[in-house]
Design a protein around this ligand. Structure first.
Ligand code: GLU
Length: 468
């Protein structure tokens, strides 16, 4: 039997990090079993069926390393409406489903409890199809449904506790529970790997598989992802969109490595491992059952390590979207014509060891491409003390007299200025740094001056002096 897994997102306008994790888990499972990864877009909700949202899913998958053309699909659930209806009709024809015209209010009025499930009122009324009548699945009265789940063992659900659930609306269209099962059957899915929140659906879906005469798949329900307060990640409260992480400058390799570490660890005392090791060692059976904490601080630290491990040219290339802007990343504050790739290449290694996300590159190098450095008033106030004018004058004179414009002699020159003023280098440096870069923190100062060049450095010292 060939393993066939699927990732079945519903378009929502953004790609949830939990979805990325499920997609990767399916991807790895397929790779480990020489199987097939199928992408199915569950687009039956017409309001959500927007081409740009579907494109967003495909490009998010590309970004995370599941590239178009390397998997089967995308299939579109909306194209299988006839199969869904046929399955509903068959279940009705075989007495496994019945029509029901109860409203929610009717059910609540009968039980007196607003939280109650459906009470089976229409089970034996033999209603035919018609306006306002939904089709319900007749769940067994006794016995239990045992689900085989790679992560959770064999969760068992008593059938008498399962309500007769709706499988098709009064207009004949199938609901998620049925459409999802019919598609999995049509697509020959053998393993359903998905988020834990679908576990309550699983006994119902397994009953549908059985009623339709097909051996159910093996399931794997992967624990939810939570924030630092142990709350399930929510798009209203937490940053959950993969696109947001991408646009901030997380590297896809760091992101996918981190996502796989949620509830799992490779062998040995290590967390950052090549993807080939993840693919070889990851076992759904080993994934922890408890909710997994999505630790953004740790992800950032991870990303910093991935950034530092890049070869210099790859790092410079990876920064390009932030240096030029894209459809989703704002253009940098300098005019496009001011950007000089050679100047950037000279400064990039200084930044590579300092940034944790690529988007931070802009603030580190803007002094090289802006006509004038940014005006950061807090930095200015902090650095420009009473002695600032004297220090700037002395620095200007010392630098101007320096025959070789490289970091070391510039540093020696400023050290001498400091000595004349009875100051350590750090204190002498501060006004010079703010005059030249606009900020109190940044790349190593003397290397920055070397890249900026004599003329611009001296002009900025003069301009700052005039502003004091
Ligand atoms: N469209 C469903 C979702 O996005 C798929 C559930 C499943 O994987 O079965 O949650």
């Amino acid at each position: 039997m060939t393993v066939r897994v699927r990732f079945a997102p519903s378009p929502t306008g953004m790609f949830h990090v939990g979805g990325a994790r499920s997609a990767l888990q399916n991807w790895i499972y397929a790779r480990q079993h020489d199987g097939v990864f199928v992408l199915r877009i569950e687009d039956t909700d017409a309001a959500r069926n927007r081409p740009e949202w579907i494109e967003g899913i495909l490009s998010a998958l590309d970004w995370i390393g599941i590239e178009r053309g390397t998997y089967e699909g995308p299939y579109h659930q909306s194209a299988y409406a006839a199969e869904h209806t046929a399955a509903a009709t068959r279940l009705y024809g075989e007495g496994r489903a019945y029509y029901c015209d109860c409203t929610r209010d009717d059910v609540v009025a009968r039980s007196g409890n607003k939280h109650t499930g459906y009470d089976g009122f229409c089970r034996d009324r033999a209603l035919g199809p018609g306006e306002g009548r939904a089709l319900r699945f007749r769940t067994p009265d006794d016995g239990a449904t045992v689900v085989v789940d790679l992560v959770r063992g064999e969760p068992t659900f008593e059938n008498r506790l399962l309500e007769d659930f709706v499988i098709a609306r009064s207009d004949g269209s199938a609901v998620f529970l049925l459409a999802n099962v019919v598609d999995d059957m049509t697509m020959g899915i053998t393993h359903v790997i998905r988020a834990e929140e679908h576990l309550p659906n699983t006994p119902k879906q397994q009953l549908l598989w059985e009623a339709l005469g097909v051996k159910p798949p093996i399931w794997a329900h992967v624990p939810v992802i939570v924030n630092e307060k142990r709350q399930k990640l929510s798009k209203r409260r937490d940053k959950v969109a993969l696109e947001a992480y991408r646009d901030e400058g997380f590297l896809p390799a760091a992101m996918r490595n981190y996502l796989m570490l949620l509830g799992w660890a490779p062998t040995g005392d290590r967390e950052i491992v090549p993807w080939s090791v993840v693919e070889a060692e990851y076992r759904l059976e080993d994934v922890n059952h408890s909710p997994a904490f999505f630790d953004v601080k740790k992800l950032r630290a991870f990303n910093g390590e991935y950034i530092r491990a890049l070869p210099a040219e790859e790092f410079a290339a990876a920064c390009t979207p932030w240096l030029t802007g894209t459809a989703t990343i704002p253009a940098p504050p300098w005019p496009a014509t001011a950007f000089d790739p050679a100047v950037f290449a000279a400064a990039a290694p200084l930044a590579q060891t300092r940034i944790t996300v690529l988007g931070e590159i802009v603030d580190y190098v803007d002094f090289l491409f802006l006509d004038e450095p940014v005006r950061d008033e807090a930095s200015w106030a902090k650095a420009m003390k009473e002695n600032a004018a004297a220090l700037l004058d002395a620095a200007h004179a010392a630098f101007a007299a320096e025959p070789v414009w490289t970091a070391e002699p510039l540093k020696a020159a400023l050290e001498r200025v400091g000595e004349q003023h009875g100051l350590k280098l750090g204190k002498t440096q501060a006004p010079v740094r703010v005059a030249v870069t606009g900020r109190t923190v940044g790349l190593p100062l003397f290397e920055s001056l070397e890249v900026l060049g004599r003329e611009r450095t001296l002009a900025r010292l003069t301009a700052a002096r005039a502003r004091l």
